[in-house]
Design a protein. Sequence first.
Length: 135
Amino acid sequence: EEGRGELARMSKQQYFAATSWRVGEDWKFGLQANAWREQPHLRRESFESFGPGFEAQRRIGRTSYGRAWINGRFYTEGSLGSRATGGVDGRFALDDWNELTAGYERIDEIFNRFGLEDELQSDNLWLNLKSIVQR
């Protein structure tokens, strides 16, 4: 990722392995193993972190779903703290052609070394209306 000048330049890598399984007709669960590596361009050191992820999804009625997820993140560098991200959302079919999704998510905002050290995160709300148009 590149920003203006040298301050907001950082190389980022993420690796993950995931699996999911159904329980009954209404539930779906998922597990994920994550590894991250960030390297600010102002310094040549890199910061590694790892952590688990968990997701649960439930069908509500015939056409609606609710979902929640969380990811833990633990840095191998002792001065950087651990953090968690995650969220919830719901998808509701309004009719055969329209679908409404609403949700909340907390994400990491890591664009430079200051974002790493200050553990910057943002809280996001969204509302999405999707219409399927076919001829």
